[in-house]
Write a protein that binds this ligand. Sequence first.
Ligand code: ZN
Length: 236
Amino acid sequence: MSDSLRAAAERETLRLEEAWRQAVTQDDGWFDATVPCAPGTPPWPGDTPFSCGWTMRLEAGDSVNLSSVTMSPHVGTHADAPLHVVAGGRSSDAIPVQPFNGLVHVVDVRDVRGAITLATLRDRLCVEEPLRVCLRTGASVAEGRFPESWCWLDAAAAAHLASRGLRLLGTDAPSVDDRVSKGLETHHALFAHGACVLENLDLRDVTPGPYELRALPMRLHGVDAAPVRALLRAVR
Ligand SMILES: [Zn+2]
C-alpha cells in the first residue's frame, strides 16, 4: 500500500470512529439488553459455541474482510422457534415480530428458587394479564459463565397467562424451563397458546417495572431458533 493510500485509509478510519462515537453516545433512553454472540459467550453445555473464520482478509491483499461464522442459534440472546421442541413445528423464519415489540414487564425473581408460581409472579406485576413478561433471574450467561441453575415460570402458570393474552415470555436465563427439564413443559405451554420465547437476555442493569421492548428475531430459514437484538426503554 502506498503512503498516500495509507494516509487516506487512516483519515477514513478516524472519520468513521468519530461518527461512530457520536452515534453511540447520544442517549435516547434505549438500553441494549443483548448478550453478544462472541467467542467467550458460554453456550449450553455441549452446544456449538460461536466461532469466526475468515474467507478473505484486507491484510492478505483481498479487496474486503469477509468472515464466516459457526454457532448454535441458541448462543447469546435468541428466540426459540416451536420447531425447537415440537416435531414439524414452525421454524425460525416464521417467528412473528409483534410479540417482541411493545410494552413488557420486567420482573425481579432473583430470590426465587425452583418454579415461579402464578401467585408469586402476580405479586410482582402491576397488571393481571400482561402481554409480555421478562424474568430477571440473575442466573445468566451475561455473567460470563453458564449458570448451574435458575428459576423458571411454572408450566401451568405459563399456560394460564398465555391463554389470557401473554404473547412473550423472556428471561435472562438460558431457558424458560428448568435446566434439567427433559419435557420442556413451559416451552410447550407457551407455544401451544401461540406465545413466543426470548432467552439469554442481559438484564443485569434493568430494574423491575414496565419497559418498551424492541427486539427482532433474525430471519434465519428453517432452523429452531433465531439470534435477537433486544432493546429496552423505561416507560415513564
Ligand atoms: Zn433456546
